[in-house]
Design a protein around this ligand. Structure first.
Ligand code: FRU
Length: 495
């Protein structure tokens, strides 16, 4: 009986949702041309990043009713054949059960024997009580990558002694055994990453603690991920509560990693490095990776809790970074290389050659490649063409060869992010990806990156005012649209 009622409620929710969301207008001004964003409404963390029948699936935390807040989050869904062109799919998971009615929170996917297993955190609120919520881990499966069925005996991990903050399961398989890393808060004061194991993907037991904050890494670890990279193991996670320290940790929450050794026989992780921030921009959080035939590919939410951006009034909030391939260098630093987007190389707006004055971008997109002698001052300004003194309408990226620093200034409140970086060889090389309301900077081979949002209205210009000299070049190419246009047939059909 309860099951039938739940199904009826889900059906009603679905039809309500369909009429609410069909082709709600989303404005084009800030909507990305080649980054994945929700068709309408709210997006936060990437979830369930996986490859199923030769297609990449990317789910995400989604509120289809409003772009102002996450609400009782759903799992939005998109797929891609090449990690460049994206297609929206209908919502995969609704908060329609007693255990997840206040949010189908973040989680991951495991593909095994032609079935997709989605592991997620089911959130349940208890307003006015202490604690005011509880979190369990739940499972849903699919055999077609489109329709998902929640496991009848959910939740699969209740974790009474781990309440109330235990979330974001990331699951993988190793030698026919299954592993899950979960983020946890010890009494609200110290974060930790817990490892669980299973023989059947359903019954899980706690096996070890991979890492604990011990006062230095904040009160909660969100979205942990654990994987082998170039012979070492990486614990990648998003700790909450690390205090700012000079140029470090300036966002509300951080995303970073610890590299170490891991022994599958004992489940012990031995750190070899300190915690290092993975990106130095304003908007980078809640990363998730997959193993794609031996390549480790990562995406992050390009936004940040508490940042309130003007796109919300345009019908959407949040987007993903471009997928990036990760490797580890000899100093145990993660290097990020963006998956190549569809730049119109033969239609380059500016060919290799000396720097130039402001150049107008045809559709607010650009792939900018810069090479300069390593002692050059380099300055790139990406700005709204029409003069304004509003916040976040331009971005200036600057290299100071004397101090060896890169600065990104998006102009406005809390506008500056900076870090140490020096080119490794004779030349500075930068790749900058611009897309309507975002900028991603890759320094050198990707050993330092910045991901930030900015909000230019109307036309956008790029200027490079540098001391670039001989053997230097600046190439600026527009990037093709590879995600559905807002309000297009393809986009609306996701509903
Ligand atoms: C990270 C996070 C996760 C949680 C989800 C809820 O941004 O707080 O820990 O599962 O968002 O939307």
């Amino acid at each position: 009986m309860a099951g039938t009622i739940n199904k009826l409620i889900a059906l009603l929710a679905l039809s309500y949702y369909q009429c609410q969301c069909q082709c709600i207008e989303v404005k084009d001004e800030y909507y990305p041309r080649y980054h994945l964003a929700p068709p309408y409404g709210w997006m936060n963390d990437p979830n369930g990043f996986s490859k199923f029948r030769n297609e990449y699936h990317l789910f995400y935390q989604h509120n289809p009713y409003s772009s102002q807040q996450p609400g009782n989050v759903h799992w939005g869904h998109a797929k891609s054949k090449d990690l460049v062109h994206w297609e929206h799919l209908p919502i995969a998971l609704f908060p329609d059960q007693w255990y997840d009615k206040n949010g189908v929170f973040s989680g991951s996917a495991l593909v095994d024997n032609d079935t997709m297993y989605l592991y997620y955190t089911s959130n349940l609120d208890h307003p006015g009580q202490t604690p005011d919520h509880e979190q369990h881990q739940a499972l849903a499966t699919s055999t077609d990558g489109l329709h998902f069925k929640k496991y009848e005996q959910n939740p699969i991990i209740a974790g009474a002694d781990l309440q109330p903050n235990i979330r974001d399961p990331k699951v993988w398989e190793h030698n026919n055994k299954f592993y899950m890393v979960l983020g946890h808060s010890i009494n609200g004061t110290d974060g930790e990453a817990l490892l669980f194991t299973s023989d059947d993907k359903i019954q899980w037991t706690q096996a070890s603690t991979l890492l604990q904050s011990n006062g230095s890494l904040g009160f909660m670890f969100e979205c942990p991920d654990f994987f082998e990279l170039n012979g070492k193991f990486v614990l990648l996670f998003s700790p909450q509560g690390i205090k700012a320290e000079g140029d470090k940790y300036n966002n509300l929450y951080q995303t970073g990693y610890v590299v170490g050794d891991f022994d599958y026989a004992t489940n012990v992780f031995t750190p070899l490095t300190e915690f290092k921030e993975l990106d130095h921009g304003h908007d980078f959080y809640a990363t998730q990776t997959i193993d794609d035939h031996g390549k480790r590919v990562m995406v992050a939410w390009m936004d940040m809790w508490d940042n309130v951006y003007p796109e919300r009034a345009d019908g959407f909030a949040g987007l993903m970074t471009v997928p990036r391939v990760l490797t580890l260098d000899r100093n145990l630093n993660i290097v990020q290389k963006p998956i190549r987007q569809r730049a119109h190389r033969h239609h380059a707006l500016h060919q290799p050659g000396p720097p130039h004055a402001a150049l107008e971008l045809p559709d607010k997109t650009a792939e900018i490649s810069i090479r300069a002698q390593k002692d050059s001052v380099v300055d790139v300004v990406i700005a709204q063409k029409e003069a304004t003194d509003e916040d976040y309408t331009s971005v200036r990226i600057h290299f100071d060869p004397v101090n060896g620093t890169v600065t990104l200034d998006r102009r406005g409140a809390d506008s500056i992010r900076r870090t140490q970086w020096r080119p490794e060889g004779r030349y500075l090389t930068w790749k900058i990806l611009v897309d309507a309301s975002s900028v991603e900077l890759f320094c050198g081979s990707g050993e330092v990156t910045f991901s930030s949002r900015f909000f230019p209205r109307g036309k956008v210009t790029v200027s490079t005012d540098t001391s670039i000299r001989r053997h230097s070049s600046v190439r600026i190419s527009p990037v093709q649209r590879t995600v559905p246009e807002p309000n297009s047939q393809q986009q609306c059909s996701a509903y």
